[in-house]
Each structure stands twice: as structure tokens, then as C-alpha cells.
Design a protein around this ligand. Structure first.
Ligand code: G16
Length: 543
């Protein structure tokens, strides 16, 4: 088989964000765009010769073609073996598991996560290292540096590989193993949770609705919930993955999973509602009339993890991203274990998990996971909830209010201002930064600022420092506002404003979150001059 070295020139903007390189699909479909970046991944990781990689994606538009391109480039770069999900499909946590289970050199995952799919929507690619986790910042920086000076990529001329047949095939000297995308992952879940107890829960009449949002989790949830755990047929809805997610926005939150959310707030609600995102790593949990914020979900899971077999011996520590509420810290304190606060991005949990410092991690952006893989894992969170519900025999609402009575409630909300002109977003953020040092003692909408900073993180394992990870403003009534720019969008800018207010165990936990948070919201808007700079007052999405 002849290896072809194709001349190319750098393409602007190949800079990974919070989670890999995400762009409009048509950008990825330009000649050489994908090729340049894949070659940069291979070069940045010391060359692909003789290595084994996992390859798969969330099945969105362009997934199948992109996988064929990457297969040929892998052969051109001397890869020894590829492990590919059947039809090119792998959820992000399943890919992470395959990387670890097979001891590979890493994996390439094609996904733009919760962003919509289609020729006019979004596509993405990321590289996960041998621990199964997203490439750390120094590696993604190296990839973009190489992409910015690239002159050639390597590939082979060959017919497309049939990805529908499970088993081994070859392209030149490269072995290609096409594997069932669900099997290994489902087997891993069986080792973590008490499937008998969950089966008993369903057998006892427990009802559930899992919205796969026409995305990758459908086959995983159907096989595990309905196939192995005996949930009633039809428990998993929107279970067949589609290239454009049926025109939807596969983001599991009360806005984009509104039909499920409305069902759970109605008198027809099943006992548990859950949803997952485009690539299966995010989750939403809703009980009958009880929405669980991702921050609270992390805290409840950490507090009760010992009820599941995998965590029976206790957990080593808990990590959360900085904008996530402090609810998990309270659990860590009560358990006498360490709590870590990292920048946004699952990649920052990798070192802590590898070093055994933490067992459970989570983020406000609907991600929770543990040391079983190195990605957040939507279905894992749902199964841990089920395991806990089976053991405690409590409803979601009862569990949540018992949690607040024990630890207090961190009322929490995130307000997203989308499609903001890049200059306006930069002006808001630079205005905040310039004023940080002078804020202390000043009052805004009746709240005095107690502390304010630009969040920086020093990784306790490798000492790397990540600066400018968002602005934190703490007010004298115990509330906090955080501003940061999203790193996952594909057009203009998205400003995220995160607000929270703690109410102690003996306080009132039943007030509407919007009411409790109205004071800190007004103060945050006033500090940032948001309404004047953006020319609007209402966010696009409130979660
Ligand atoms: C990614 C990252 C998460 C992050 C989220 C939102 O999730 O893996 O760590 O919290 O993006 O990031 P941002 O606020 O920068 O948009 P996913 O599910 O999109 O891969």
C-alpha cells in the first residue's frame, strides 16, 4: 500500500476550546480541514507509527465520512491497530472505557457534544490520551501550534472500510477491529452497580422516562435500562440516533429537554426522568415535580455513593469545576475527604483521578462521573441515582430535601447570553477584570462585595498553571456570581453568568430559586454593566 504525502497549508482557527476543536460542519468539510488537524494530533503526540487508537463518534452528520478519512490517515501514518465502534458510533464515555480497557495509546472522538448536528450545524473532534481522558492543555496547545505551521499530511488511497460488520479487517498492515459500541460499556456498568437491586426496583413498579434526545445514548440506554434492568419497554424515548438529532438541540436541561421536563412537572410524571446529550456524557435528573440541578446531583451522588458496590469502601475525594456550586464541598467536609475546585473542562480532573485523589467529579454543565473512566458519563449518573433510590426507597424529591436538611441548600442558576458580538463580550470581560481590584467594599444593588478575583488553578499533580478561568465575585450575604466565556460555541460569543446563594440546613429550602437568586442576579448585572454593554437584559437560556 502506497503512502501518499499530500502538500497542505495551514488553516486559520484550528485551536481547541473547552473540549476539542468545534466548528460549523461546513468548516470541517472544507478540503484539508480535518486532515490538517488529524495530522497535527498525530504529530503532537509523537507520531502515530506502531500505535493503537480507539476511533468513534456520536453519529452526527459527517461522522461516517470523517471516520473514513481518519482511517486512511491512520494507515498513512503507520498506525498498528484501530478499534472502531460499529458504524463509527461510540459514546464519549464508552470510547474512554475502550481506550483504558485495551491499554491503547489514546483515541479520537468525533463530536460537538450537546451542540446541534447537521450540514449547517456543528461538528467536532477531540483527542483523548492513554488514560482515557481529554488531552491536557499543553497537548492541545501543541496541536494548534503544529496546525498553524503544517505543510503536509499522510494518507493512503483505498476503498472505504465497511464499518457495519463486527470483527477484524485490515488496511495494508493496519488491523481494524470493529466492535459493538455498547457491550463493553454495559459490562462495566454491571461491575459498578447493584443491577439486582435496580431490577427489583423496576419489578416493584418503579417507572422512568429516559430521553435519549435522538442522540448516541439511545442504544446504550435501551440495552441497559430496558434490556438488562427490566425497565418497561418504551422507558427510553427518542432512542434511535439521528444525524441531525431530529433537528433538536441534544442538551439535557429544562430548556432543550422541555417535553421531558414538562412531563415530570405534570401529574402523569413517572418516578424518575433522565436525559443525556449528543455524545452521552451529560445528564439531567428530574424527579416527580423535582428538578435536580447538576450541582446538587453531584453532591447527592457523592453523599450516597457508598450505597453502590463500586464505592462501598468510600470515596477518596470530590472535584468540581469552579462555576459549579459549593454543595459538593459541604459533602466532602462532612465525609472528611478532600474537595478540589478546578477550571471548567473535564480534562482538569484527569490528573486528580489518575493520582487517586478523587473518586467523583462533576460540573454545573450537566456532567458527573467517577474514576471508572476519564470522561463524564451520563448513563453512569442515571444508574447511580437508580442504585441509590433502590437502596434508600426514597423518591427523588424526598432524597433532595433530606440532603438539604443535612447540608443546607445551594440555590443555583446559570444564565447564558448567546450570540454576543465578540467585541461586546470582550469589553464586558475586560471591564470586569480591570475593576476587580477595586470592587471590595463597594455595593451593587444593595449587596457589598467581600472578595473578587480572576480564578487561576495550579494542578496539584503536575504543577501546571491555568489562569483567567473566570471572574468570581463574592457578596456579603454569602452569595456568589461568576462570569466566564464559553469555550464550546462555534459562532460569536456566549457569556455565562453563574449565581448561587447558600441557605443553611435549618433555613427555607422550598422557595423558588429565581426569587432567592434575584438579589445576587441584580448585583451581578450592576457590577458588570451587562445591560448597557450587551444592549439587552434577558439571557437566552436559564438552567
Ligand atoms: C464540555 C466540557 C465540560 C464543560 C462544558 C461547557 O462539555 O467537557 O467540562 O463544562 O463543555 O464548557 P463551556 O462553558 O466552556 O461551554 P461537553 O459536554 O460539551 O463536551
Amino acid at each position: 500500500m502506497n503512502i501518499e504525502t499530500v502538500r497542505t497549508t495551514p488553516i486559520e482557527g484550528q485551536v481547541p476550546g473547552t473540549s476539542g476543536l468545534r466548528k460549523k460542519t461546513r468548516v470541517f468539510m472544507q478540503p484539508s480541514y480535518l486532515e490538517n488537524f488529524v495530522q497535527s494530533i498525530f504529530d503532537a503526540t509523537g507520531g502515530a507509527g506502531g500505535k493503537t487508537f480507539v476511533l468513534g463518534g456520536d453519529g452526527r452528520y459527517h461522522n461516517a465520512q470523517a471516520i473514513q478519512t481518519i482511517i486512511k490517515m491512520a494507515a498513512g501514518n503507520g498506525v498498528a491497530r484501530l478499534i472502531i465502534g460499529q458504524n463509527g458510533i461510540l459514546s464519549t464515555p464508552a470510547a474512554s472505557h475502550l481506550i483504558r480497557k485495551n491499554g491503547t495509546d489514546g483515541g479520537i472522538i468525533l463530536s460537538a457534544s450537546h451542540n446541534p448536528g447537521g450540514v449547517d450545524e456543528d461538528f467536532g473532534i477531540k483527542f483523548n490520551t492513554a488514560n482515557g481522558g481529554p488531552a491536557p492543555e499543553h497537548l492541545t496547545a501543541k496541536m494548534s501550534e503544529i496546525a498553524a505551521g503544517i505543510t503536509r499530511y499522510k494518507t493512503v488511497q483505498a476503498a472505504d472500510i465497511d464499518l457495519s460488520r463486527i470483527g477484524q479487517t485490515h488496511l495494508g498492515g493496519m488491523a481494524i477491529d470493529i466492535v459493538d459500541p455498547v457491550e463493553d460499556y454495559a459490562a462495566l456498568m454491571e461491575t459498578l452497580f447493584d443491577f439486582d437491586a435496580i431490577r427489583g426496583l423496576f419489578a416493584g413498579g418503579f417507572t422512568m422516562c429516559f430521553d435519549a434526545m435522538h442522540a448516541v445514548t439511545g442504544p446504550y440506554a435501551s440495552q441497559i435500562l430496558e434490556g438488562r434492568l427490566g425497565a418497561a419497554p418504551g422507558t427510553v424515548i427518542n432512542a434511535v440516533p439521528q444525524e441531525d438529532f431530529a433537528g433538536g438541540h441534544p442538551d439535557p436541561n429544562p430548556i432543550w429537554a422541555k417535553p421531558l421536563f414538562d412531563l415530570m412537572m405534570s401529574d402523569k410524571a413517572p418516578d424518575l426522568g433522565a436525559a443525556s446529550d449528543g455524545d452521552g456524557d451529560r445528564n439531567m435528573i428530574v424527579g416527580k415535580g423535582a428538578y435536580v440541578t447538576p450541582s446538587d446531583s453531584l453532591a447527592v451522588l457523592a453523599a450516597n455513593a457508598h450505597l453502590a458496590p463500586a464505592y462501598r469502601g468510600g470515596i477518596a475525594g470530590i472535584a468540581r469545576s469552579m462555576p459549579t456550586s459549593a454543595a459538593a464541598d459541604r459533602v466532602a467536609k462532612a465525609l472528611g475527604i478532600a474537595a478540589y475546585e478546578t477550571p471548567t473542562g473535564w480534562k482538569f480532573f484527569g490528573n486528580l483521578l489518575d493520582a487517586g485523589k478523587v473518586t467523583i467529579c462533576g460540573e454545573e454543565s450537566a456532567g458527573t462521573g467517577s474514576d471508572h473512566v476519564r470522561e463524564k458519563d451520563g448513563l453512569w449518573a442515571v444508574l447511580l441515582w437508580l442504585n441509590i433510590l433502590a437502596e434508600t426507597k426514597m423518591s427523588v424529591a424526598e432524597l433532595l430535601s433530606a440532603h438539604w436538611r443535612a447540608y443546607g441548600r445551594d440555590y443555583y442558576s446559570r444564565h447564558d447570553y448567546e450570540n454576543v458580538p465578540v467585541e461586546a463580550a470582550a469589553s464586558l470581560m475586560s471591564g470586569l477584570k480591570a475593576g476587580l481590584a477595586t470592587l471590595i467594599g463597594q455595593s451593587f444593588a444593595g449587596l457589598a462585595v467581600q472578595a473578587a478575583d480572576s480564578f487561576a488553578y495550579e494542578d496539584p499533580i503536575d504543577g501546571s498553571v491555568s489562569e483567567n478561568q473566570g471572574y468570581r465575585i463574592f457578596f456579603d450575604n454569602g452569595s456568589r456570581a461568576v462570569f466566564r466565556l464559553s469555550g464550546t460555541g462555534t459562532q460569536a460569543a456566549t457569556i455565562r453568568l453563574y449565581i448561587e446563594q447558600y441557605v443553611a440546613p435549618a433555613g427555607d429550602h422550598t422557595t423558588d430559586a429565581a426569587d432567592v437568586l434575584s438579589g445576587v442576579k441584580a448585583a451581578a448585572v450592576a457590577v458588570s454593566d451587562l445591560e448597557n454593554i450587551l444592549g439587552r437584559s434577558d439571557p437566552d437560556v436559564i438552567t
